[in-house]
Design a protein around this ligand. Structure first.
Ligand SMILES: [Zn+2]
Length: 474
């Protein structure tokens, strides 16, 4: 109860002023890296703590120590042990909560998945607490607690990053005042160093060509860390391909071919510790479409697929701004990912229980119907026909040329469907989002979180990205 009062007091009072004083009082400029494991089954989850490391610099914003964005499935809270004051909080998501919606979990399996968080290094003893959202999406379930003495000899201090080169793509200022984006190379051999450099330059340019990243480019530091891989490429189990790579990324995560993630949190975070960072993107040496992004974990993408830059920007929507997927096609690994009676925390998804208080209401033009009619049946039918037809063509071993032609035709019809639509480019509440045909609504017809046909975030998604940039920099 005391904690609630303290927290509310901070909310009402000026957060930045309070935290500014706060930082010097409670923290040193260094970072504390906390390694831990999510463990459990489809219903239960427990945090098992692992190792602690001291790192030279914390990259976050010392003016905003308490996370006010309400993003992520989990919330880390840090208390000063002596006074019980809440001195730091941080929202995040994990691969584990996604795994809980897979068939493996629904069939009774259990799992352990590693993760890492970084906080400013405390001066005095602290208590960590990890909370998870409950059925109403409130952070009421404590799944882990740990007391830490910053003087403990067990806090490791060695330099963990082993890398071959650092590429500074853009240096705009001190990490405390900037968004620090770090690219890590995966699956590039030492002979492919130049290729990695080309890939990260190209991808970074593309990211900063998209709004709002374009407008806020001067708020970013961008660095790439290269560690040579033994083998070239990455695991693709469905093709029988297994490679020895530094970060152990693989296609077919949770049985979804294009989902390319890694369970190797230790190695990812060892390499990432080469530079202070707020956001991680892993660039994987592959031409096969794939990637993934989890809020405050990382973005991963195949660098050489022809839509790789679109994947980077889409996945950054997840990992940087906590945006949800707006698409609802059938080929995803999750079942009933969002309960239809609870408002999702994602800034771009709603169940539209109360259209008068829609969370993106200020961006809706007066007179726009909520829900917004958009001929979903027509769109779905065309999509269904396309999926069926391309499956038939694959079975009949038709040429890539013919398959591409079908795809191009479909893209063209879909583009004109959206372009000619009376609500094209407008904000409303369009049914079909978050892997569900019905019951979940997205803000616009088209957005990078809906499809990778265009490189445009709708205004609601843009607003969420800007809020995160401001949180990290002002
Ligand atoms: Zn996505």
């Amino acid at each position: 109860m005391l904690r609630t009062i303290v927290f509310l007091g901070i909310m009402i009072w000026n957060i930045s002023l309070f935290s500014q004083v706060n930082y010097q009082k409670y923290f040193t400029p260094q970072a504390l890296r906390i390694d831990f494991y999510h463990t459990g089954n489809k219903e239960q989850e427990t945090i098992i703590w692992d190792e602690l490391f001291k790192e030279p610099q914390w990259a976050g914003n010392p003016h905003n120590l308490l996370d006010t964005l309400n993003l992520g499935n989990y919330l880390l809270k840090v208390y000063d042990l002596q006074t019980n004051a809440l001195i730091f909080s941080y929202g995040f998501s994990s691969l584990f909560q996604e795994w809980q919606a897979t068939t493996e979990a629904l069939n009774g399996g259990s799992k352990v998945i590693g993760a890492t968080l970084r906080i400013p290094f405390p001066i005095s003893k602290i208590q960590l607490e990890i909370l998870r959202r409950d059925a109403k999406n409130l952070f009421s379930r404590q799944i882990g607690q740990w007391n830490i003495d910053p003087q403990s000899v067990d806090i490791r201090q060695e330099v963990r990053a082993r890398y071959d080169s650092l590429i500074v793509i853009q240096k705009s200022g001190d990490p405390a005042e900037m968004v620090d984006l770090v690219f890590l190379g995966e699956g590039y051999t030492s002979q492919e160093t130049a290729e990695f450099a080309e890939d990260v330059w190209r991808l970074s340019e593309r990211l900063f060509s998209v709004e709002p990243f374009n407008n806020y480019r001067s708020k970013f530091n961008v660095t790439a860390v290269f560690s040579a891989s033994q083998d070239s490429g990455v695991d693709d189990p469905n093709q029988g391909i297994f490679k020895n790579t530094p970060l152990n990324f693989s296609y077919n995560t949770f049985g979804s071919q294009r989902y390319m993630m890694s369970y190797d949190s230790k190695n990812i975070n060892d390499l990432a510790s080469a530079v202070p960072f707020d956001a991680l993107a892993i660039v994987v040496n592959s031409e096969v479409y794939g990637g993934g992004g989890i809020f405050n974990l990382y973005t991963a993408l195949a660098a050489d697929d022809k839509v790789s830059s679109n994947i980077l920007v889409h996945e950054m929507g997840h990992s940087f701004a906590g945006l949800g997927d707006e698409y609802y096609t059938k080929d995803v690994a999750y079942q009933d990912f969002y309960p239809l009676h609870v408002e999702p925390w994602e800034p771009n998804l709603t169940i539209l229980q109360d259209s008068a208080n829609l969370k993106w209401k200020p961006l809706v033009e007066p007179g726009t119907a909520l829900p917004t009619p958009w001929d979903q049946e027509k769109y779905d039918q065309r999509n269904e026909e396309y999926v069926q037809k391309s499956a038939e063509m694959r079975m009949a071993k038709k040429s890539n040329h013919e398959l591409n032609q079908l795809k191009d035709n479909y893209t063209e019809t879909t583009n004109s469907f959206f372009e000619d639509h009376p609500y094209g480019g407008k904000i409303g509440a369009f049914e079909g989002a978050g892997y569900a045909f019905k019951g979940i609504y997205r803000p616009a017809l088209e957005c990078l979180m809906f499809s990778n046909r265009t490189l445009i975030f709708d205004q609601v998604c843009q607003r969420a990205i800007i809020q995160r940039i401001i949180f990290l920099t002002q």
